[in-house]
Design a protein around this ligand. Structure first.
Ligand SMILES: NC(=O)c1ccc[n+]([C@@H]2O[C@H](COP(=O)([O-])OP(=O)(O)OC[C@H]3O[C@@H](n4cnc5c(N)ncnc54)[C@H](O)[C@@H]3O)[C@@H](O)[C@H]2O)c1
Length: 258
């Protein structure tokens, strides 16, 4: 029960339906639920989000779902207010929502650039902006921002990498600003993982020729499972990481060590 009595707010948490391939947010919800956290799951995909929350409830966890488009500030305000009304506090924020794109720079529409920066950088800024006041008032908290190994090296497509790199340094800046408020802010940088999002896009990205996601290219010889990323998020969110802030936790099977 490493998160007993803690309330966690997770974005991009809808891909957590039992028996299907899970995304990082969905897998994190199950790992956090197992460790005793109360859960606010959010996503734009209300059907899978509601189902995930209901299944968590059946397993004994206290979980609710709220629809939230992470790029929309007004929706953040509503969702955070609802979470505070329901549970009285938010101890942990996990920013995991994301999408990707398949364009090289010369073919990248400005709309796609803007949308990628919104969903990866602006969303993380908005989430932190709207959770930090209550964390300060309650004496602390932990924020985990899901970036990517593509936020540390040029391993993703252009706008995706730019958004994920922004998340990396936004995390460090916030970590320094709120360290004395006992709010820890860290980023996780997954490598290639088998998730619903990846299943949708990897084939197109490989066909495009910009990146090669074959499992055998990773030193560990396989893609990550979502739960392996969730376990890293759990460590950073838990009190076991009480002296860890502003760090980047790379969970990529060794890809960026090459
Ligand atoms: N899968 C990988 O290989 C990989 C690697 C590195 C980083 N990441 C990042 O990890 C995060 C999770 O990825 P995943 O592969 O587990 O995804 P996933 O399969 O969980 O799908 C992403 C979820 O985000 C939601 N979402 C998308 N746009 C949203 C928005 N505007 N508002 C709210 N919800 C929105 C989707 O509805 C979906 O449920 C993403 O930020 C992704 O970029 C993924």
């Amino acid at each position: 029960m490493r998160l007993k009595n803690k309330v966690a707010f997770i974005t991009g948490a809808a891909q957590g339906v039992k028996g299907s391939v899970m995304g990082f947010g969905g897998a994190t919800a199950w790992v956090f639920g197992r460790e005793g956290a109360k859960l606010v799951l959010t996503d734009m995909d209300a059907a899978n989000g509601e189902l995930t929350a209901a299944q968590l409830g059946q397993s004994g966890a206290d979980a609710v779902f709220a629809r939230l488009d992470v790029t929309n500030e007004a929706e953040w305000q509503v969702a955070m207010k609802a979470a505070l009304e329901r549970f009285g506090r938010v101890d942990i924020l996990v920013n995991s929502a994301g999408t990707t794109h398949v364009h090289k720079v010369e073919d990248l529409p400005v709309e796609v650039w803007n949308a990628q920066l919104d969903v990866h950088a602006k969303s993380v800024f908005l989430g932190m902006k709207h959770v930090i006041p209550s964390m300060m008032a309650q004496g602390g908290g932990a924020i985990v921002n899901v970036s990517s190994m593509a936020g540390t090296a040029g391993l993703g497509n252009a706008a995706y990498s730019a958004g994920k790199a922004a998340t990396r340094l936004l995390t460090k800046a916030a970590a320094l600003q709120y360290a004395r408020d006992n709010i820890r802010v860290n980023s996780v940088h997954p490598g290639w993982a088998d998730t619903p999002l990846a299943r949708k896009v990897m084939v197109d990205i490989m066909a495009d020729g910009t990146h090669d996601y074959r499992p055998e290219r990773t030193p560990l010889g396989r893609l990550a499972r979502a739960e392996e990323i969730a376990n890293a998020i759990l460590f950073l969110a838990s009190d076991e990481a009480s002296y860890v802030t502003g760090t980047e936790f790379i969970v990529d099977g060794g890809v960026t060590a090459q």
